[in-house]
Design a protein around this ligand. Structure first.
Ligand code: UDX
Length: 476
């Protein structure tokens, strides 16, 4: 093994949100396991949460050459940083963080041989190109999502965007190559559903994504067997795509190679996992529980929350629900506590936690289904665990992920745009009983493929080795 001080130094800069930091920390750990030196750049705000997770910090401290650095995200301390308010971050990062990042690159010692920037943060590509530092973006979303984002200008040119007022949302889109048979207007990301194509968020997503194709490569948390068709389309514009996912499973496989296990390891969450739910799951019958979680950013108005709750209770199925206090906004814009009637009424067949060890939950034998917001990390974790999904996408890439889950991969049911207790009840029963057999068949098959891709000789495993080789060639 080479000495760490001779190995390449990679600087990793995630978009400052839980779902992004979570998967980029996994990438960082994979690079550290391959003996690369890694600097992980966290926002000051997020790092304050992370330093409370001493278990995570001590895990990374074991890697020689690994260090955390921090940078302001440009927002005030009391900014909510959830839901639609997350949009403010794009402006503040560009205006305030970008010049600080540039200055930091002059000062950081040793200087990075390569930057792996979050692909949604085009500023990392701008600055790296200006300073002549190799840059490989990493996108936390699916290949399908990036392909649709990169087709925004094509959709505008074809007159499919902006979506017309009288548009039948179930009509198929014709201007996204390779998706003509299944992509409906309804499945477009929420920021595409605007009346003016000059909308700043729409323009930003299209622009930042097109920058991804002009870097030294692109790293994706997906695997060839899942998204091969879309990846072939993408490679016509960006030949060097390293698909190295599912990252959480990949990390598990590489740790096993070094005789380490993932058991009893904490997740990379800013919050403490409530492991009491695992003891509760231990007491439930096999495949009987629906796991419910809407990720780390989504905010659910109280009325919608109650529709889900009634639907779950009336389905007669057991459920484990992650309800973060900030899931529930109050009328004054602040966040509420979880409604007491909901907590009290759940005790018979349900269990509520404010943060679960999700990967362990999904791998637990008692789990039979996942009611999810279709964030990409959650989707991949469910695919790998072979757990069928009910998708209720909230924003961004989630509308696309849910379409792929139902229509392309046949791994679950897409409930987008509907929030009604009767539909929730029906879908839970379909997933757990009526349609279970056919969905489970697909889920079991994809879980096998996911695991195979990260083992020795598998597609993601080989692609990761190529990535490391290519980064080594970048040493000056
Ligand atoms: C966001 C976007 O929603 C997502 O689509 C994008 O790909 C990344 O950024 P988020 O909304 O948080 O992420 O969803 P998701 O991508 O699913 O990530 C959530 C992560 O938090 C998952 O890795 C999940 O395992 C973890 N989690 C969630 C927990 O560990 N415990 C919980 O209780 C809930």
């Amino acid at each position: 093994m080479e000495a760490v001080h001779q190995s390449p130094h990679v600087l990793i800069f995630p978009f400052p949100a839980q779902g992004h930091v979570n998967s980029m920390l996994k990438l960082a750990e994979l690079l550290a396991l391959a003996s690369l030196r890694v600097t992980f750049l966290n926002s000051e705000y997020n790092h304050e949460s992370l330093v409370r997770r001493t278990d995570i910090l001590s895990r990374f401290a074991q890697y020689p050459g690994f260090k955390f650095e921090t940078i302001p995200d440009g927002l005030s301390q009391d900014h909510p940083r959830v839901g639609a308010a997350m949009r403010d971050m794009f402006g503040s990062l560009e205006l305030i963080t970008k010049p600080i990042f540039k200055q930091m690159l002059f000062e950081i010692n040793p200087p990075p041989d390569c930057i792996i920037g979050d692909g949604i943060l085009g500023l990392t590509i701008d600055v790296a190109n200006e300073l002549g530092i190799p840059i490989i973006p990493f996108r936390t979303t699916s290949a399908g999502c990036i392909w649709v984002f990169s087709s925004i200008f094509d959709m505008i040119q074809a007159g499919e965007l902006p979506i017309k007022g009288n548009q039948d949302m179930d009509c198929l889109i014709t201007s996204v190559a390779g998706m003509e048979t299944f992509l409906r207007f309804r499945d477009l990301p929420s920021f595409c559903k605007v009346s003016d194509v000059k909308d700043p968020l729409l323009q930003l997503m299209a622009r930042e994504t097109s920058k991804n194709f002009k870097a030294n490569g692109l790293i994706l948390n997906t695997f060839e067997e899942l998204e091969g068709a879309t990846l072939s389309q993408m490679r016509t514009k960006c030949p060097k795509i390293y698909t190295i996912g599912p990252l959480h499973e990949h990390l598990k496989a590489r740790l096993a190679d070094t005789n380490q296990t993932m058991s009893d390891r904490s997740s990379n969450s800013f919050r403490e996992d409530d492991r009491s739910c695992i003891s509760w799951l231990d007491k439930q019958p096999k495949g009987s529980v629906v796991y419910v979680s809407f990720g780390s950013i989504a905010v659910l108005p109280r009325e919608k929350l109650m529709e889900f709750w009634f639907g779950l209770v009336h389905s007669g199925k057991r459920f484990l629900w992650v309800l973060r206090p900030e899931n529930v906004p109050r009328n004054d814009g602040e966040c509420d506590v979880v409604p007491t009637e909901l907590v009290e009424g759940t005790k018979e067949r349900g269990y509520i936690v404010d943060w679960a060890p999700q990967e362990d939950v999904l791998a637990h034998g008692a789990i039979g289904g996942f009611l999810t917001h279709s964030g990409w990390n959650s989707t991949l974790e469910s695919v790998t665990a072979g757990v069928p999904m009910i998708c209720w996408p909230c924003f961004a890439d989630q509308q696309l992920n849910s379409r792929f889950v139902e229509e392309v991969w046949k791994l679950g049911l897409d409930m987008k745009d509907v929030c009604d207790r009767r539909v929730v009840e029906q879908m839970v029963n379909d997933l757990m009983v009526a349609k279970r057999e056919e969905i489970l068949k697909s889920a079991t098959e994809f879980a096998k493929l996911a695991k195979g891709s990260v083992n020795a000789g598998g597609s993601s495993n080989c692609n990761f080795d190529c990535l490391i080789e290519d980064i080594r060639m970048m040493i000056k």
